[in-house]
Design a protein around this ligand. Structure first.
Ligand code: ADP
Length: 168
């Protein structure tokens, strides 16, 4: 059984096996969670991201997929980078669900037992918070994984309350 937990806070302060980055497909850094992870995690993460761009992901990491790197100086073993979809009216939720599913698949490959997620796509990518929370929680509940704890790390009250509502 995977325990789903929520905390209000900064994902870069979490002590977990793996933390998930709401990256963009360039893998070369951005704002929001991405910026915070690279700032606190140090240059080793970007170095591995550059190597991924030079090899497997020459055209970037496609939306809905996930790939791991070192966590650098963060209190974790790995960062799992996933690229959420940009919201648009009538947007297809399957790519957002895929971010959670693929990140957990990568976590299982790594042998991670505790994984922290931000609310993927709800920042610069504008996905409505309630809908994003429902997709996140439903997807994680539906995945078969050896991960023991999935911790949603929510940055503000609005995000926290949306996820709390879903977890009931
Ligand atoms: P996206 O481009 O996928 O929308 P963002 O990083 O812009 O990603 O935002 C995703 C969510 O993460 C937003 O709800 C934002 O408020 C939140 N967030 C921003 N910084 C942090 C952080 N350090 N820890 C946890 N959540 C964060």
């Amino acid at each position: 059984m995977t325990a789903l937990t929520i905390v209000r806070g900064d994902i870069t302060r979490q002590q977990v096996d793996a933390l998930v980055n709401a990256a963009n497909s360039s893998l070369l850094g951005g704002g929001g969670v991405d910026g915070a992870i690279h700032r606190r995690g140090g240059p080793a993460i970007l170095e591995e991201c550059r190597a991924l761009r030079a090899s497997r992901y020459g055209r970037g990491l496609p939306t809905g997929q996930a790939v791991a790197t070192t966590a650098g100086e963060l209190d974790a073993r790995w960062v799992i980078h996933t690229v959420g979809p940009v919201w648009r009216p009538g947007g297809d939720p399957s790519l957002l669900a895929s971010c959670y599913r693929e990140s957990l698949r990568v976590a299982d490959e790594l042998g991670a037992r505790t994984v922290a997620f931000p609310a993927v796509s709800t920042g610069v990518y504008r996905w409505p918070m309630q809908d994003a929370a429902r997709i996140a929680v439903d997807t994680v509940r539906g995945v078969r994984t050896a991960v023991e704890e999935v911790r949603f790390v929510l940055f503000d009250d609005r995000a926290y309350e949306a996820f709390a509502l879903q977890l009931g």
